[in-house]
Design a protein. Structure first.
Length: 364
């Protein structure tokens, strides 16, 4: 018997209780403990500042920082919740997609805790966690019902996803070049701002005129829901060279172009998904007020609410990892202990719950 055989599957004692979530897929080291109904018992998040000097996340530095930060953060969070590991129903950690070093650190620590406490391990897809955040009962009373449209807009991802049920996701459109957060970061660099660029660019845009420069709106009005941002970034670079003293106007014009494009794509996606009960914006860029306002108008025109989690739940965090663990555990899904971390793990490849009568494991 090889080692993988002895480790798989993870033990399933079927004990109800809180779920621990761990997030380490990029540059946030985060831990959260949620009660069985999704109430937040304790959470901690450390945004690594180690990357600022490099103007972007350095994978090796991120992995080492996770390794250093995670154990004390975990100990403090467990203490805050007043829990021992054996009080938990399960231990969930991001297993992909993301930077492989961080994924290895977080998921292996979670597996070790699961073995030690004899509790199930849940290897969570980070994109699914963003997708399920609006189902947190504390965010929308009772949690948002399926199906809904998710606009996932972050530094690494830019996609329209039909969220049909747990484990059932259909990607309606995605970026053909840069993610929108990446475009904000590159635009901020062009304008001489710090990193991460999104918040800095938004602050600068507040003092500028959004109509000052007619920047292109890539793919606007075209059929489908794909995105493109690299042409917009190139146009901004050219204008910035010619207008070095007008950074606020350039920032405001860039932000307005992004908002217009995102709104147009979301409008198309809602037309493809008539059963949607809401438009959900998630990912770091959903913290942007101009973009929220543009999406609000799209949702309103379709007679739907816009659900945008508060900024701390929009960006990377561990609450969404623990919550996804709860949803999966309720559906009888756990992960084998030999589940490999996956740098690339598209939403369409996720495991969905089995039909009634075939479930395994116990809910919380
Ligand atoms: O979801 P997130 O925390 O991490 C991932 O990329 O997965 O998103 C971070 C991204 C960065 O590109 C950052 O510049 C962007 O979200 N961002 C913003 C704002 N806040 C963060 N972009 C525009 N406006 C903001 N207020
Ligand atoms: Zn994310």
């Amino acid at each position: 018997m090889n080692q993988a055989d002895t480790l798989s599957p993870s033990p399933i004692p079927g004990k109800p209780g809180p779920v621990l979530g761990i997030e380490t897929s990029c540059d946030e080291t985060a831990v959260a403990i949620l009660g069985p109904e999704g109430d937040i018992l304790a959470e901690a998040l450390h945004s690594q500042s180690e990357h600022t000097a490099y103007g972007g996340v350095v994978p090796e530095i991120a992995a080492r920082a996770h390794l250093e930060l995670l154990p004390p953060l975990l100990a403090r969070t467990m203490e805050k919740a007043g829990l021992a590991y054996t009080d938990l129903a399960a231990i969930a950690a991001t297993s992909g997609p993301g930077l492989i070093g961080g994924l290895i650190v977080g998921s292996n620590l979670a597996k070790g805790l699961a073995i030690g406490a004899r509790r199930p391990f849940l290897g969570i897809n980070h994109l699914e966690a963003h997708a399920l955040t609006p189902r947190l009962p504390g965010l929308v009373p009772g949690g948002l019902a399926f199906p809904y449209l998710l606009l996932l807009i972050s530094g690494g991802h830019c996609q329209c996803v039909a969220v049909e049920a747990l484990g059932r996701y259909r990607t309606l459109g995605t970026t053909i070049d840069d993610a929108v957060g990446e475009a904000f970061d590159k635009a901020a660099k062009i304008l001489g701002l710090g990193w991460p660029g999104g918040p800095a660019l938004e602050r600068l845009a507040l003092t500028g005129n959004a109509a000052a420069f007619p920047l292109p709106r890539p793919l606007l009005g075209r059929p489908g829901c794909d995105f493109s941002f690299s042409g917009l970034k190139t146009a901004l670079a050219r204008l910035a060279d010619a207008n070095p003293t007008r950074a606020p106007d350039l920032a405001a014009s860039f932000q307005a172009a992004c908002a217009d494009v995102l709104a147009d794509r979301a409008r198309h996606a809602l037309a493809i998904m008539p059963a949607a009960t809401a438009l959900v914006a998630a990912g770091g860029v959903a913290a942007n007020t101009a973009i929220r306002t543009a999406l609000e108008a799209v949702a309103k025109a379709a007679g739907l609410p816009l659900i945008a989690p508060p900024p701390r739940l929009c960006g990377d965090n561990a609450v969404m990892i623990a919550w996804t663990g709860i949803e999966r555990l309720r559906a009888g899904l756990t992960s084998p202990l030999d589940l490999p971390p996956r740098p690339r793990w598209p939403l369409d490849e996720l495991e969905a719950p089995r039909p009634p009568g075939e479930e395994r494991g116990a809910g919380v």
